[in-house]
Design a protein around this ligand. Structure first.
Ligand SMILES: NC(=O)c1ccc[n+]([C@@H]2O[C@H](COP(=O)([O-])OP(=O)(O)OC[C@H]3O[C@@H](n4cnc5c(N)ncnc54)[C@H](O)[C@@H]3O)[C@@H](O)[C@H]2O)c1
Length: 328
C-alpha cells in the first residue's frame, strides 16, 4: 500500500491535471457509471463537528474509494484544517487497499478543480478580473483553479477576517505569482465582485456573502461553501438575472444546498430555472454559455466521484514516478 503525503502529491499532480480529472468524474456521475451511496454523517455536537464517510465505486475504473472527512469549524482558530481527511483507494479487482492519500489535500485539489472545470467550460473567453470570497482552507486551490482556467490580470480576495485576508493575498501572490495576476486584499465582498468576470464563494456562511445586484453581466459565479440546507452564500437577487444554473450533481445540490433550496422555497426560482449538470455540458447533452452577456451560476457541494477519480490518477502518477512511501 502506498502512503501519499501532500508533498508526494504535489510532486506528481498539478491543478491542470486535477481540472481534467474532475471533468471525467462529472461525466461518470451523469452517465450513472459511479456508485455513490449516500454519505454517512455522524454528528459530534459536543464540538460542533461531524464525521463524514464518503464511499464510491466505478466499475469502469476498477477502483473504489472511501474518504473520511471530519468537519470541525473551530479548528481554524487553532491553526488546524477545519476539514481534516484521508482518502483510501481500493483496487476494484482484488479489494486490496492500493493507497492512503492526504485527503485534506485531495479535497482541496478536487474542490478547486470543480470550480476550474466550471470556469473552463462556462466562462466567457475574455476574463480579466477574478473575485474570491473566503480565504480559509479551500481558498488556495480555488484561486489557483481560477487562474488556471483563464488568464486574469487581477484577483481580489475578501474574508470577514481582515488579517487572514491580507496574509492570504500576500501568500498567494508569492505562491501563484507565475500565473501573472495581481492578487489584492480588499475590504468588502462588494469591492471584490465589482466588475469581476469570475467569482468564487467558499465560506461556511448562512447568509448571502455579496450583493447579487452587483454581479456584472457576463460573469460566471462558482458557489462552493453551502453544503447544508440552512447554508447560503449566493444572494438570490442574482438568480432572476442569471440565464443558466448548473450543478456538479443536481441530485446532491438539491438535497443539500441552501443556495438553491432557500430561493426555491421562497418561490424566487423554480426547478425549470435549472439548466443541468456540468457533466451533461461536457458530454454535449446540454448547452453551455451562448453569449458573453450571460450571467452563469455553478453550484457545487462535492461528490465522492471527484475523490475517487482524483485519487486513482494521483496514485497512477505516483507509482510511475516512484513517489510516496510503500507500507508493507
Ligand atoms: N463543495 C465542496 O466540494 C466543498 C468541499 C470542501 C469544503 N466545502 C465547504 O466550503 C466552505 C469553506 O471551506 P474551508 O475549508 O475553506 O473553510 P474554513 O473554515 O477554513 O474557512 C472559511 C473562511 O470563510 C470566512 N467567512 C465566513 N463567512 C464569511 C462571509 N460572510 N464573508 C467572507 N468570508 C467569510 C471565514 O472567516 C474563513 O476564513 C465550508 O462550508 C466547507 O464545508 C465545500
Amino acid at each position: 500500500m502506498l502512503l501519499l503525503s501532500r508533498e508526494d502529491i504535489k510532486e506528481v499532480f498539478t491543478m491542470q491535471d486535477a481540472i481534467e480529472v474532475v471533468k471525467k468524474a462529472f461525466c461518470l456521475v451523469v452517465e450513472g457509471k459511479c456508485d455513490i451511496p449516500l454519505r454517512t454523517n455522524i454528528q459530534a455536537k459536543k464540538h460542533d463537528g461531524c464525521f463524514l464517510f464518503m464511499p464510491a465505486y466505478a466499475k469502469e475504473l476498477d477502483a473504489a474509494s472511501l474518504k473520511v472527512i471530519n468537519i470541525f469549524p473551530h479548528n481554524i482558530d487553532n491553526g488546524l484544517p477545519t476539514s481534516p481527511a484521508q482518502v483510501f483507494l481500493i483496487d476494484g479487482k482484488t479489494g486490496m487497499m492500493s493507497a492512503v492519500l492526504d485527503g485534506t489535500y485531495v479535497t482541496q485539489l478536487r474542490t478547486g478543480a470543480a470550480t476550474g472545470a466550471a470556469f473552463d467550460v462556462l466562462a466567457k473567453n475574455d476574463c480579466r478580473i477574478g473575485a474570491l470570497i473566503g480565504t480559509g482552507g479551500q481558498a488556495p486551490t480555488q484561486i489557483e483553479a481560477m487562474l488556471a482556467a483563464r488568464k486574469l490580470e487581477e484577483v481580489r480576495v475578501y474574508d470577514l477576517n481582515d488579517e487572514r485576508t491580507k496574509e492570504f493575498a500576500d501568500r498567494m501572490q508569492k505562491e501563484l505569482g507565475s500565473y501573472g495576476a495581481r492578487i489584492a486584499a480588499v475590504s468588502s465582498a462588494d469591492a471584490a465582485i465589482e466588475d469581476a468576470d469570475l467569482v468564487v464563494t467558499v465560506t461556511p456562511s448562512i447568509k448571502p456573502v455579496f450583493d447579487g445586484t452587483k454581479i456584472k453581466n457576463g460573469a460566471t459565479v462558482s458557489c462552493v461553501g453551502a453544503y447544508q440546507p440552512h447554508m447560503q452564500e449566493l444572494d438570490p437577487a442574482v438568480l432572476p438575472r442569471a440565464s443558466k444554473i448548473y450543478f456538479d450533481s443536481a441530485e446532491a445540490v438539491l438535497s443539500e444546498s441552501g443556495d438553491m433550496l432557500i430561493p426555491l422555497e421562497k418561490g424566487i426560482i423554480t426547478k425549470e430555472d435549472f439548466t443541468g449538470d456540468l457533466g451533461d455540458v461536457l458530454l454535449g447533452n446540454i448547452k453551455g454559455r451562448e453569449s458573453d452577456d450571460e450571467i452563469i451560476i455553478f453550484e457545487t457541494v462535492g461528490v465522492a466521484a471527484q475523490d475517487l477519480v482524483t485519487a486513482k490518477v494521483i496514485y497512477e502518477k505516483a507509482v510511475a514516478a516512484g513517489a510516496g512511501y510503500r507500507w508493507k
